[in-house]
Ligand binder design. Sequence first.
Ligand SMILES: Nc1nc2c(ncn2[C@@H]2O[C@H](COP(=O)(O)OP(=O)(O)OP(=O)(O)O)[C@@H](O)[C@H]2O)c(=O)[nH]1
Ligand SMILES: [Mg+2]
Length: 141
Amino acid sequence: MKKTLFVGRHGVGKTTLKQRLMGLEIKYEKTQYMLYGRWIIDSPGEYAEVHGLGAALAIYSYEADVVAMLISADDEYSLFPPNVASMINRDVIGIVTKISKCPPDRAENWLRLSGCKRIFKVDSHTGEGVEELKTYLRKQK
Ligand SMILES: Nc1nc2c(ncn2[C@@H]2O[C@H](COP(=O)(O)OP(=O)(O)OP(=O)(O)O)[C@@H](O)[C@H]2O)c(=O)[nH]1
Ligand SMILES: [Mg+2]
């Protein structure tokens, strides 16, 4: 699988999506520090929210093949500045989470404004959209 860094605010669903992608039990586990797994690098939301911690995300992105920017379908604002994806020298994808809760359009637009060309829409509880994301994250032979 492509080594993938998950970035997004606290509670957006990074860890739950990791559990779903890896076939683990879905259960709430607050991420307290960078969790460097076999192919998913899971970050605490605070690293994206607190300016002084953002550098850690930049450093971990150097170890990744793909940087995934996550926004939840029911989020009321986006943390990501316009066109920020152009600052990342890795493949960048957008992921809208929690699509069973409300339509994904607003979050999808924010991800496009931030420069994500490819956007996946998923729900980690129902499993909707997760296979498509997994197919993309499989390394091409
Ligand atoms: N309905 C629904 N709930 C979700 C989904 N993804 C996550 N949740 C719920 O949202 C809450 C937060 O999810 P986490 O995966 O812990 O969020 P996180 O982004 O890892 O949060 P931090 O570790 O704090 O950065 C949990 O109660 C999850 O069950 C989803 O796709 N659909
Ligand atoms: Mg987490």
